[in-house]
Design a binder for this molecule. Structure first.
Ligand code: SF4
Ligand code: SF4
Length: 445
C-alpha cells in the first residue's frame, strides 16, 4: 500500500474549524423513514433535465422509471416509493431555484418494479452492456458532481485511458457517508471497480482513501486482496478528493489548464458511485436511494439510507431535529456545499450530506479590504491568483478574469477559507466564470 500521497496547495480545515467527522464516523448506516410524499426533480444531474413519462393519476412502483433522459448528457429518474403521481410542478430544489419535479403520494406498500432484476455475472457482460446498465440505472457521480456516469465512462476513441482511480478521499469536513459505505460494503465497492475496469479496459486500478479512515482502508484492502487493485492512503488535506488533485497525488500527472482527466489517461469515479454500479449489475437496482450524512448541530448525527425525493426537513426530523442556535443548513459539506433557504427541498442523487451549523461553528466577521497577504495564492490547489480574479469580477472586468484563468477554478473554497480579510472570493470567482461562459456562448465558442 502506498502511503499519504498528496498535492500542491490546499488547507487543513481541522486546524481552524473542527473537522467534525468524529460526529458521525462511527455511526452505522441506518434506513431513514419514508415520507408520505416524495418530490423527484427532473434536474438531479449535470446536463439536460429528464423528461417525464408519467402523468398525474398514474400508479407507479418503487424503482419504476418516471422520467427518461433528455439528451446524451442526461439520465432517467425513478420513483423511490410505490404510489400515485400527484402532480408535475416546480418545487424547491437544493440549487436554490425551484425546478420541475414529479410529486408522488406514497402508498407505503413498497411494491418493487418488476423490471428490477439481476443483469447476470460480470464475465458475461461486454463493456457496452455495462455502460448501458449504468445509463439505464440513472447513475451519476454521487460525490456531489452528479455528472452522468455513462458519459464519463465513454471517452472518445482517441483518448487512451490507462488509469482508473476510485475516489474514497471524502475530504470535506463533517461528511462520512463514503467512509461508512467503504467500511460496510467494501465488496460492493471492489466489484463496482472491477466493472469500471472492464469498461475502460484498464488492467490496474487504485482505490484512494484519506488516512483518517484507517478502518475503511483495511476493509477495502481485504476485499481487494485477490484483485489487480491498489488501495492507496492519501494525506489528510482539503481538497484531496478533487479530481485533478487526486490524479496528481497518485500518478504525478498534471491535468493542463482547460483539459480533462481523460487528457492525461485517467478516469476518476467516486467510491459510492462504484458501489451503485455493482448494485445496478447484480440486483438491477436503479438509483432511487442513497447514503447521506446528516450532521453538525443535529440531535443525533447519523449516516442514513434515504429515498431520493425525501424533503430535507423530514431527514432532519429523523435524526431528532436541529440543536443549538442554527445559523445555516447546508446540502453537502461546509467547503463546497450549498446553503439551503427552503428545507422542503428534497435529497437528490448528488446529495452527500445535510449539515447544520450553529452560530458558533460559522465564521464571524464582516469582509474587509484585501491586505495583499498572498495567503489565498498559497493555498489555491489550481495555482491561481484568487484575489486578482475576484477583484476583476468586482469591477465587472470579466475579460481580465478570464486571462487570469478563472475557468480553472474548481470552487473548492480554500481561498475564502484562508482569507484573513473574510473576502468572499469564491462568490466573485463563480460570478466571473458564469459571465465568461455566457460570453463564450454568445460568441458561439
Ligand atoms: S481560486 Fe478556486 S480553485 Fe483556487 S482556492 Fe479559490 S476556490 Fe479553490
Ligand atoms: S488572502 Fe485575502 S487578504 Fe490575503 S491576498 Fe488573498 S484576498 Fe487579499
Amino acid at each position: 500500500m502506498a502511503s499519504r500521497l498528496s498535492f500542491k496547495g490546499g488547507v487543513h480545515p481541522l486546524k481552524r474549524i473542527h473537522h467534525g467527522k468524529y460526529l458521525a464516523e462511527n455511526r452505522a448506516i441506518e434506513k431513514c423513514s419514508v415520507p408520505g410524499e416524495v418530490i423527484i426533480p427532473l434536474s438531479q444531474h449535470i446536463g439536460a433535465p429528464s423528461k417525464p413519462v408519467v402523468s398525474p393519476g398514474d400508479k407507479v412502483d418503487m424503482g419504476q422509471m418516471i422520467a427518461e433522459p433528455g439528451g446524451f448528457v442526461s439520465v432517467p429518474c425513478f420513483s423511490s416509493v410505490s404510489g400515485t403521481v400527484k402532480e408535475i410542478v416546480p418545487r424547491p430544489h437544493i440549487s436554490g431555484k425551484p425546478e420541475m419535479a414529479i410529486v408522488i403520494e406514497n402508498d407505503f406498500e413498497d411494491r418493487l418494479c418488476k423490471d428490477i432484476k439481476s443483469k447476470g455475472p460480470l464475465e458475461n457482460l461486454s463493456p457496452q452492456d455495462i455502460v448501458g446498465i449504468i445509463k439505464n440505472a440513472g447513475i451519476v457521480g454521487m460525490g456531489g458532481a452528479a455528472f452522468p456516469t455513462h458519459v464519463k465512462l465513454s471517452p472518445p476513441p482517441d483518448k487512451k485511458i490507462d488509469t482508473l482511480i476510485i475516489n474514497g478521499a471524502e475530504c470535506e469536513p463533517y461528511l462520512t457517508a463514503d467512509h461508512r459505505v467503504m467500511l460496510e460494503y467494501p465488496g460492493d465497492v471492489v466489484r463496482g471497480t472491477k466493472a469500471v475496469m472492464k469498461i475502460l479496459g484498464v488492467s490496474r486500478a487504485y482505490i484512494a482513501i484519506e488516512d483518517n479512515k484507517r478502518n475503511a482502508i483495511a476493509a477495502i484492502d481485504e476485499a481487494a486482496k485477490e484483485e489487480d487493485i491498489d488501495v492507496v492512503s492519501l494525506k489528510v488535506k482539503y481538497p484531496q478528493g478533487a479530481e485533478k488533485q487526486l490524479i496528481y497525488a497518485i500518478t504525478n500527472r498534471e491535468v493542463p489548464s482547460g483539459k480533462l482527466p481523460m487528457d492525461v489517461g485517467a478516469v476518476v469515479v467516486n467510491a459510492g458511485t462504484a458501489r451503485q454500479i455493482a448494485l445496478a449489475i447484480e440486483k438491477g437496482m436503479p438509483l432511487y436511494e442513497r447514503v447521506i450524512t446528516v450532521t453538525g448541530s443535529v440531535n443525533t448525527p447519523s449516516n442514513l439510507l434515504v429515498r431520493l425525493g425525501t424533503p430535507i426537513s423530514h431527514v432532519i426530523a429523523q435524526v431528532g431535529g436541529l440543536s443549538g442556535n442554527i445559523d445555516k443548513v447546508i446540502a453537502g459539506g461546509p467547503m463546497m456545499g450549498i446553503t439551503q433557504f427552503d428545507l422542503d427541498a428534497p435529497v437528490i442523487k448528488g446529495t452527500s450530506g445535510i449539515l447544520a451549523l450553529d452560530i458558533g461553528m460559522t465564521r464571524p466577521g464582516e469582509d474587509s479590504p484585501c491586505i495583499r497577504c498572498g495567503k489565498c495564492v498559497g493555498v489555491c490547489p489550481m495555482g491561481l491568483l484568487p484575489y486578482l480574479i475576484s477583484a476583476n469580477a468586482e469591477k465587472n472586468n470579466f475579460e481580465a478574469a478570464e486571462k487570469a484563468n478563472a475557468l480553472d477554478c474548481i470552487e473548492c473554497g480554500c481561498c475564502s477559507y484562508i482569507c484573513p480579510a473574510n473576502r468572499h472570493l469564491v462568490q466573485g470567482i463563480r460570478l466571473a466564470k458564469s459571465e465568461i461562459l455566457k460570453e463564450r456562448k454568445r460568441a458561439g465558442n
